[in-house]
Design a protein around this ligand. Structure first.
Ligand SMILES: C[S@@+](CC[C@H](N)C(=O)[O-])C[C@H]1O[C@@H](n2cnc3c(N)ncnc32)[C@H](O)[C@@H]1O
Length: 209
């Protein structure tokens, strides 16, 4: 996984540009209502969302497996810190966060790893804190491409799974939490050989009770 992402970031740089996904704006409104100050971002990449939240006054810690991605982060702000390591090896400190924002990372893992990651995120959120995750939905145009390895999970290359979440499936992953909202959201991207395209993501907002 680390080699794949390092190679990709080395070749394509700041792949998704510097603007945040529109889901980050939605998450920020939610976080403000919840009085969030400190956010954990698992799979933070080169920090486009860390930068966005920091520029809006939140303190942010990211966890990122690719050192190349971390090297591409630019925001000169003491409000941001990136830890180099795998989300599967969290925690990297003993802090508790008010919120987790996790954009398009969870679907990159098989079932047992996905549940481990959610559990590890929850353990780093204070009681009453909140989580906002986005993932690929089963309506993504790439659904079904590659070798099926688990339910709704396909590997485009061996060892590189993509899981496509249905509504029920996503709720099931977060059944240990109070689910506040879920939905589908279109997210435009324009990068690499693919050019402009639209992802059909699912999001979930939940509270640790
Ligand atoms: C689709 S990208 C999303 C990046 C970032 N969330 C964004 O929107 O800019 C997935 C990210 O997860 C990171 N990643 C993949 N596996 C990881 C792991 N086991 N631990 C931490 N980060 C990981 C990748 O390096 C990459 O930065």
């Amino acid at each position: 996984m680390q080699n794949y992402w390092n190679r990709r970031f080395a070749k394509e740089g700041r792949i998704w540009g510097s603007s945040p996904s529109r889901t980050a704006l939605q998450a920020m409104e939610f976080f403000r209502k919840e009085g969030v100050r400190k956010i954990l971002i698992p799979g933070s990449g080169y920090g486009r969302h860390s930068d966005f939240f920091a520029a809006n006054g939140f303190a942010v810690h990211g966890i990122e497996v690719s050192d190349v991605a971390i090297g591409l982060s630019t925001f000169p702000n003491t409000l941001v810190r990136h830890f180099r390591g795998s989300v599967l090896d969290m925690p990297f400190n003993d802090e508790l966060y008010d919120a987790v924002y996790c954009f398009n990372v969870l679907h990159l893992f098989r079932d047992s790893d996905r549940r481990t990651i959610i559990g590890k995120c929850a353990a780093q959120v204070r009681s009453g804190g909140v989580l906002f995750f986005t993932v690929f939905s089963e309506r993504e145009p790439t659904y079904g491409k590659g070798q099926k390895v688990e339910e709704n999970t396909f590997e485009s290359k061996p060892g590189r799974p993509t899981h496509y979440f249905t509504h029920e499936d996503l709720k099931d992953h977060f059944s240990a939490f109070a689910v506040l909202e879920t939905g589908l959201i279109e997210d435009e991207e324009n990068h690499g050989d693919e050019g402009p395209h639209v992802h059909l993501l699912r999001y979930i907002a939940a509270r640790r009770t």
